[in-house]
Ligand binder design. Structure first.
Ligand code: GLY
Length: 581
């Protein structure tokens, strides 16, 4: 094995080399979409069109985010929703930032051991299927909080396009139909879900057919007329509570009545001169992205090169250490003390770097804290308006189509977010995450998330809006898009398309997308002790959507004269689109 020895070169020399000859990857990706006044990038093209229309009519990025949130609930039912939960990161034109937490809360009747049998073993499927898996949904309250504080348009105007699409239906394209692939059996189990998302003969919809959602149109119309009370205090809450009671759930009217959005300080850090603003707990996303970036800042990634064994080794080890913290130390801030300032401290990153051996894989088991026993879908959209207000939203039903249930008469798919809690310390969840007590179930508590809606600025100006679905991989997908742009010089489309790697401490494996690493690189990594496995399930690798400001890549931005807004929808998404004007 012949690797560049870091010891053989002084860091000063390495950084000097980086400055004069950065390694530039050239991926085979389409060109980013370019625009001068506004950009909306979502996982479904009709939702992107709706967002851009709001911007063109003078609405701001928050208005567009609300309209897109409702539209995706109609045209992207696999993950877009009003029956789940999410986060919104906002960077205003004056540089101020805020973060809205409208994620699910555990029902008041929830208990720590609700998914265990009397022997203390996990009951398979209880936290993922049916009404017991459902957390109290937040998007309707979250969107209204955003709109009433930071938007400029009335709710009726922003929700109207979604109502029209639900009532009149929309024609399914290949990308839409693909998102229903393999879900027929699950949807068929719930008569109300089957009546909407399957044809009368029980078969899935085909390309060219129309998906009409009359009940959802009626629910959205009542929200349009009465605001969030229609959802949290009226007939919608009643219908969900009734269905839950009939089918083994524990949701109560009080859960809905007392739902509240939290407006929180985002997590902030600086990576090589770029200011990162991302999600704080109850998400682990922003904290862990910052922790990994802080660790990686000590390595000359640009010089070492995209996909080189040394770059990958540094990334894996940074991920391994940071995911220990993710899975053991973080939880809902109203219930646990989160050591955020320690985890995002550069001195802590240095301590971790000192434990990372240059050419030897770490051992996850050795990082087990004392006392700790051992597609899936979400969606992200990125928006920026003519004034420079930027919004990043990631919201989710957790698994594809959530718990796979719709309360009769509502048309609203409900989440299975309760699975994001630690159902049993040491037992892996849907995403294979092995988590601890900080994320134990408690009444009214929010499960720890990985969602990472992120906005980056440089010298006081917006630079990048980014985020992704992908369960536990949301963090590494978002992180990799960031370093692909900042360290590897990729344009925004290449950055979201580039093949990915993931390590989450446990299981102690490096997951890679097909073609992410050459056979030679895999051999070098294996010699260091890394267990690398190809994971071909594209659904769990998430589909990022991003915007870069001032050019399509760093070279263009630094030279000046690039398009103002450069949008990219991940090529892994069939139905998505970046739209600008
Ligand atoms: N349900 C995925 C997440 O919030 O991380």
């Amino acid at each position: 094995m012949r690797c560049l020895s870091l010891k053989s070169l002084s860091l000063a020399l390495i950084f000097a080399l980086v400055a004069v000859s950065p390694w530039r990857a050239q991926a085979a990706s389409p060109e980013p979409i370019k625009a001068e006044h506004g950009m909306v990038v979502t996982a479904q093209h009709l939702a992107s069109d709706i967002g851009v229309e709001v911007l063109k009519r003078g609405g701001n990025a928050v208005d567009a985010a609300v309209a897109v949130g409702y539209a995706l609930a109609v045209v992207y039912p696999i993950a877009g929703n009003i029956g789940g939960g999410g986060f919104m990161t906002i960077r205003f034109k004056d540089g101020k930032t805020t973060f809205l937490d409208f994620r699910e809360r555990a029902p008041l009747a929830a208990t720590k051991s609700m998914y265990l049998d009397d022997k203390g073993d996990l009951v398979k499927g209880l936290s993922t299927n049916g009404y017991l898996a459902v957390g109290v949904p937040g998007p309707v309250m979250g969107f209204e909080h955003a709109r009433s504080r930071y938007g400029t348009r009335p709710l009726e105007e922003l929700i109207a396009p979604a109502i029209k699409l639900a009532k009149e239906g929309f024609v399914l394209e290949q990308g839409d139909v693909d998102s229903f692939d393999g879900k027929t059996e699950r949807l068929a189990k719930d008569p109300a879900a089957a009546a909407i998302f399957l044809k009368p003969d029980g078969k899935p919809f085909a390309v060219g057919e129309k998906l009409i959602q009359a009940d959802l149109a009626a629910s959205l119309s009542s929200i349009s007329e009465k605001g969030p009370d229609a959802f949290y205090k009226g007939a919608i809450a009643d219908a969900i509570v009734k269905a839950s009671a009939e089918k083994g759930g524990i949701l109560a009217k009080k859960d809905f009545e007392q739902y509240a959005v939290r407006e929180l300080e985002p997590v902030k850090c600086n990576y090589r001169g770029y200011d990162i603003v991302s999600s704080p707990p109850p998400s682990s996303g922003g904290v862990i992205i910052c922790e990994i970036l802080n660790i990686l800042e000590g390595y000359p990634l640009s010089y070492l090169g995209y996909g080189s064994a040394e770059t990958v080794h540094a990334m894996i080890e940074a991920m391994r250490h940071a995911y220990v913290d993710r899975n053991t130390a973080l939880g809902d801030p109203d219930f646990v003390e989160n050591p955020v300032s320690k985890l995002v401290d550069k001195a802590y990153a240095k301590e971790i770097r000192e434990k990372i051996e240059p050419f030897r894989a770490g051992v996850s088991q050795a990082l087990m804290p004392a006392g700790f026993a051992e597609s899936k879908e979400t969606t992200h959209y990125s928006i920026i308006d003519d004034e420079g207000n930027a919004v990043a939203v990631t919201y989710t039903l957790n698994g594809s189509f959530g718990a796979g249930v719709v309360a009769p008469g509502t048309g609203i798919l409900l989440n299975n977010e309760m699975d994001d809690f630690t159902a049993k310390p040491g037992a892996p969840n849907l995403y294979g995450l092995v988590q601890g007590e900080a994320n134990a179930i408690a009444p009214g508590k929010t499960p720890l998330s990985s969602m990472s809606p992120t906005i980056i600025s440089k010298d006081g100006r917006p630079f990048m809006v980014i985020g992704s679905p992908g369960g536990a991989r949301i963090i590494t997908i978002t992180l990799e898009a960031i370093i692909n742009v900042i360290d590897h010089g990729m344009n925004i489309q290449e950055a979201v398309d580039a093949p990915r790697l993931h390590h989450q401490w446990l299981p102690d494996k490096v997951f890679m997308e097909p073609y992410a690493l050459s056979p030679d690189t895999r051999k070098l990594l294996a010699a260091m002790g890394h267990d690398v496995e190809i994971d071909e399930n594209w659904m769990i690798w998430g589909q990022a959507t991003g915007i870069l400001v001032g050019g399509e890549n760093l070279t263009e931005i630094e030279a000046g004269g690039g398009a103002r807004y450069n949008g990219a929808v991940d090529s892994r998404i069939g139905a998505g689109a970046a739209r600008g004007y």
